[in-house]
Design a protein around this ligand. Structure first.
Ligand SMILES: [Zn+2]
Length: 128
């Protein structure tokens, strides 16, 4: 029995292992497996997660992880910026610069104001 475990350990010695992306894939697979329409997707995700875990091409797996982290951070940033603008909606209005579409925060109830974009310096009028 001990010999058998050693052989397994020896076989998996160069494997990539479980990372954040694999963990999320496994969690998503478990969630999707509860619905019979998505169970096929869950199975595919599970297979992909296992493939990543036992893969020996660590460079490729690190690249996948980096891509995932970038994507995840963008989603997180958007979530927090939406949350912030929603909680400030009574005091501030968000306007977009017509030139560079930079989002600018205006204090409300100031009437018509001239805005200078902080990014490109473009001036435009807007109601606050
Ligand atoms: Zn601008």
């Amino acid at each position: 029995m001990r010999n058998f475990l050693d052989r397994i350990r020896y076989y998996f010695r160069d494997c990539y292992g479980v990372d954040k992306l694999s963990t999320y894939i496994f969690i998503l697979a478990v969630i999707l497996s509860f619905n019979r329409y998505t169970s096929f997707v869950a199975f595919a995700l599970l297979a992909y997660g296992i493939y990543r875990t036992i893969s020996k091409n660590k460079y490729k797996r690190y690249q996948e992880l980096a891509t995932f982290n970038n994507f995840f951070n963008i989603i997180k940033q958007q979530y927090y910026s939406r949350k912030a603008s929603f909680s400030q909606r009574k005091e501030y209005k968000i306007v977009k610069c017509p030139n560079c579409s930079q989002k600018l925060r205006l204090p409300r109830k100031k009437g018509k104001v001239t805005i200078t974009c902080s990014k490109c310096g473009n001036q435009f009028k807007a109601k606050s």
